[in-house]
Design a protein around this ligand. Structure first.
Ligand SMILES: Nc1ncnc2c1ncn2[C@@H]1O[C@H](COP(=O)(O)OP(=O)(O)OP(=O)(O)O)[C@@H](O)[C@H]1O
Length: 329
């Protein structure tokens, strides 16, 4: 290190700086080493999904970011600063946190739950009211439910309130610990679509823990796979599902089923051919152009068809897709 003063941050530097860094982080719990010199960088504005075998330390990794846990060794940096030096309460105000059970205050209404952090920050009442209205709309909660208590809501609605509360003060970082795992499949898919859309629109940095490989592949810009207290791999869903057969990553991401997961990453529109002779006629089996190849395969199996008509959002035929178009490229 030289003694020269550091150059001031430019906007480009700030963009390039990781939002969260784990530097050789070690953590033991109950006398067992859970994280073993973990190195991980979370770039800003990314949707990073942490996966790994049960007990590998995913939740512990999240809790190290908002100081619900502290490292035994190494450092955690948020926005370039060692969080051990930051006031924990002030740090948490800039980090939304959503847990599996919603974690709502049971004796507070929806309105009061969502308003928690804005009130702590001293926002004027009119601004808090406007923000609650905005979030109730964004998370598609019935407007007349804001006076209800958590036990008067469904599990999916409670989870929506939990997300609204975490987003209320517009924190740049959102930590989500298996937020959808207790929900029915339909609500789960809806909330996955919503959180993905919110993240893409707002550019927040999201770190999301799940057990579900399909959920990870659907949501992540980057997947961080933990094993034995370290990072086994980090990369886009396409990169991690290209793992070599026999590796830990390959086995964890589905072993023999990994091909189906790769199909989930490809869009029908990218493989469709122009309709030619022998194209399925109207009324035949169809697939939407924006569906995945995995959905197309499912439609072929369902209809016993080796070719599908590809249709646009208005239902107009725009091409065809056959078995051979599913082959890896
Ligand atoms: N307070 C604690 N005291 C002792 N051991 C703990 C404590 N909290 C967690 N552990 C243990 O630490 C390990 C890592 O826990 P953690 O919750 O981080 O794992 P995880 O990967 O999120 O697990 P899962 O996928 O099952 O939710 C587990 O073996 C767990 O039993």
């Amino acid at each position: 290190m030289t003694a020269a003063p550091a150059a001031p941050d430019t906007a480009d530097d700030a963009r390039a700086r990781p939002a969260i860094v784990f530097e050789a982080v070690t953590k033991a719990l109950g006398g067992r080493t859970i994280l073993d010199r973990l190195d991980l960088e979370v770039p800003p504005g990314r949707f990073v999904v942490l996966i790994g075998p049960s007990g590998c330390g995913k939740t512990t990794t999240l809790k190290l970011v908002n100081r619900l846990e502290s490292p035994d060794g190494g450092r955690v940096l948020v926005d370039g600063e060692d969080i051990a030096r930051r006031d924990a309460v002030e740090l948490r105000r800039g980090i939304g946190y959503v847990i599996q059970s919603g974690g709502l205050f049971p004796h507070w209404t929806v309105r009061d739950n969502i308003a928690t952090v804005p009130r702590l920050l001293g926002w004027p009442r009119s601004r808090i009211r406007a923000r609650i209205e905005e979030l109730v709309g964004l998370l598609r909660l019935p407007a007349d439910h804001i006076g209800r208590y958590p036990h008067q809501l469904s599990g999916g609605q409670q989870q929506r309130v939990g997300i609204a509360r975490a987003l209320a003060a517009d924190p740049p970082i959102l930590l989500m610990d298996e937020p959808f795992s207790a929900l029915d499949p339909v609500t789960r898919l809806e909330l996955q679509d919503e959180i993905k859309e919110i993240q893409q629109r707002t550019g927040k940095t999201v770190v999301f823990v799940t057990h579900d490989v399909d959920e990870a592949i659907k949501l992540a810009t980057d997947i961080a796979l933990l094993n034995a207290g370290r990072l086994a791999c980090f990369g886009s869903p396409r990169q991690v599902t290209a793992a070599q057969a026999g590796s830990f990553t390959y086995d964890f991401l589905g072993g023999g089923a990994i091909g189906l997961r790769r199909l989930a990453l490809e869009q029908v529109a990218d493989r469709a051919r122009s309709p030619g002779p022998g194209a399925p006629g109207r009324g035949g089996p169809q697939v939407a152009a924006d569906a995945s190849l995995r959905e197309a395969l499912s439609a072929m199996l369902e209809h016993g068809a080796d070719r599908l008509s590809v249709v646009d959002a208005a239902g107009r035929p725009v091409g065809t897709l056959g078995w051979s178009d599913l082959a890896p490229r």
